[in-house]
Design a protein. Structure first.
Length: 203
C-alpha cells in the first residue's frame, strides 16, 4: 500500500527542549508537600485535558501562592522559548511536503506546548495533541484522530517517534506502520532524513 501520510511524534523526534523548568511537575510536588497523595492517573490527566498551570493547580486541588505561580509561569515561558527543532526534522518535513505527502504531528503534551510546535512546524496537515483529543498515546483514539486529519486509512500512514510503545507498537496495533527513532542507534532509524528517504522510495 502506498504511503500517503507521515506522522511524527513531537518531543525527542521533531523538537527538543533547551531549558527544562518542569512547571507542571513542580505543581504536583507542591501538592505532595501539602499532603495530597499522587495518583497513577495524574500524568494522563495533565496530558489529556486542555489545562494551563493555574487550571491544573485548581483541578488537582493544590494551593499555589500568587508569587510562586508567577515564577512557574515565567519558567514555562522560558521553557517554551527554548524549544528548538532538530535540523533533520525540518529537512524531513520539507522533503515529504515537497513530494506531495501529507504530514502531521501526533504528540502527548500539555496545552501550552502546542504553540512552540506550531511555531517551528507551521502549515502541517494536522496536529493531533493529546490534550485536544482527550486521549494519550498509545490509545487508538489518538491514532484514529490523526488519520482522520490527514484523510487516510491506517495502512496508508507511517509514524515515527522516540517511544517504542507510543510511536511504534501503538501505531502497529492500530494498523499503521510504526517506527522507533533512537538517535543513539538502538531503533529502526537514527535520523529523520533516512526515514524520509525510505518513504519516498516506498511511494
Amino acid at each position: 500500500m502506498p504511503v500517503l501520510a507521515v506522522v511524527f511524534d513531537a518531543f525527542g523526534t521533531l523538537v527538543k527542549i533547551g531549558v527544562g523548568t518542569n512547571p507542571y511537575r513542580k505543581i504536583l510536588k507542591l501538592g505532595i508537600e501539602q499532603g495530597r497523595r499522587p495518583k497513577a492517573t495524574d500524568a494522563e490527566d495533565l496530558l489529556s485535558m486542555p489545562m494551563d498551570l493555574r487550571q491544573a493547580a485548581d483541578y488537582f486541588g493544590i494551593s499555589v501562592e500568587t508569587r510562586f505561580m508567577n515564577r512557574l509561569e515565567e519558567g514555562l515561558r522560558e521553557e517554551l522559548a527554548s524549544i528548538q527543532a532538530y535540523p533533520d526534522g525540518i529537512a524531513a518535513v520539507r522533503t515529504l511536503q515537497a513530494a506531495g505527502l501529507k504530514v502531521a504531528i501526533c504528540s502527548n503534551l500539555a496545552k501550552p506546548y502546542a504553540s512552540a510546535i506550531e511555531r517551528l512546524y507551521p502549515n502541517l496537515d494536522g496536529y493531533a495533541y493529546s490534550f485536544a483529543v482527550g486521549a494519550i498515546k498509545p490509545s487508538f483514539k489518538i491514532y484514529q484522530y490523526v488519520t482522520q486529519l490527514t484523510g487516510t486509512r491506517p495502512g496508508e500512514a507511517w509514524m515515527i517517534g522516540d517511544s517504542r510503545r507510543c510511536d511504534c507498537d501503538g501505531p502497529l496495533g492500530f494498523g499503521m506502520q510504526g517506527f522507533y527513532l533512537d538517535r543513539e542507534g538502538g531503533g529502526n532509524y537514527t535520523n529523520l532524513r533516512a526515514f524520509a528517504e525510505d518513504i519516498l522510495h516506498k511511494s
